[in-house]
Design a protein around this ligand. Structure first.
Ligand SMILES: N[C@H](CCC[C@H](N)C(=O)O)C(=O)O
Length: 257
């Protein structure tokens, strides 16, 4: 079978994206998902995105990590919006469905602004914070982030602290009153990725919640590029959360399976 696909990247978090509105992809074949995402034997990607029909919104985004596990994906959501625009399915505004519910988004050129789900619980621990922005995130301030062993420490925490279900692990260094550098170990990729959308969203909220910033517009730089997170906070709930950054189409191909 030949399945057309596109490759997108959002600040270096990269995805194989497929128009699956006719249900052509064998999504139960988790081995195939792993093969597609394999950096050597396949196309190579952090995850797979299937864009599907949805009865109540413009489309459904079915997201798979490279190990075929599922979660919400912020950068993937931004790339799905860019793909839907490319397909002519939407104009510059959309509402789509993901695993954590409906999301609004806008697109202006290559920049996609994605509304994230509300966050009403931020757990403060001795040396880290934990919150769920559509996927679970551990947020920890470190020194000398550029030299930090993200994969080793990230894996240790992901399995040691969070067991089999795991969590994404974000290491953070403050750059200025409203800006931070972040490197992320991603659950389901089981490696450092160049950027993590739900992760930088978690970092922005966690840094505000712990008083490291009083700004409600936070700039986050990742190894893959820069993202902005803006939000409101009322009675302990974070709402009107927007993740903004580029989503770029890289190439088109055909999967043989
Ligand atoms: N690895 C995450 C999902 C993808 C998150 C990341 N790619 C993003 O942009 O939010 C998890 O399983 O919790």
């Amino acid at each position: 079978m030949q399945i057309p696909f596109y490759k997108y990247q959002g600040t270096g978090n990269d995805f194989v994206v497929i128009d699956n509105r006719q249900n052509i992809f064998p999504k139960n074949n988790t081995k195939l998902i792993g093969q597609i995402c394999d950096r050597r034997f396949g196309i190579g990607a952090d995850g797979l995105i299937l864009l599907e029909k949805d009865s109540e919104s413009d489309f459904n985004m079915d997201y798979y990590n490279s190990d075929a596990s599922q979660s919400m994906c912020g950068n993937g959501g931004r790339c799905a919006v860019a793909f839907a625009k490319f397909l002519g399915m939407i104009g510059n505004k959309t509402t789509f469905r993901a695993i954590d519910g409906l999301h609004e988004a806008t697109i202006d050129g290559e920049v996609v602004t994605l509304k994230m789900s509300n966050v009403s619980e931020v757990h403060q621990r001795t040396r880290h914070l934990f919150l769920d922005t559509g996927s679970p995130h551990h947020v920890q301030l470190v020194e000398n982030l550029d030299k930090f062993s993200v994969k080793h420490e990230g894996s240790r925490l992901r399995y040691g602290l969070y067991g089999e279900s795991g969590s994404n692990i974000n290491f953070v260094e403050q750059q200025a009153p409203d800006s931070f550098k972040v490197r992320t170990y991603e659950r389901g990729v089981e490696d450092e990725t160049l950027s993590c959308g739900t992760g930088v969203t978690a970092v922005a909220l966690a840094m505000h919640n712990s008083g490291k910033t009083s700004s409600k517009k936070v700039n986050i730089s990742t190894p893959g590029g820069d993202l902005n997170v803006s939000f409101d906070q009322e009675n302990g709930t974070y709402s009107n959360i927007h993740l903004q950054g580029p989503a770029i189409q890289v190439f088109k191909g055909e999967i043989t399976c």
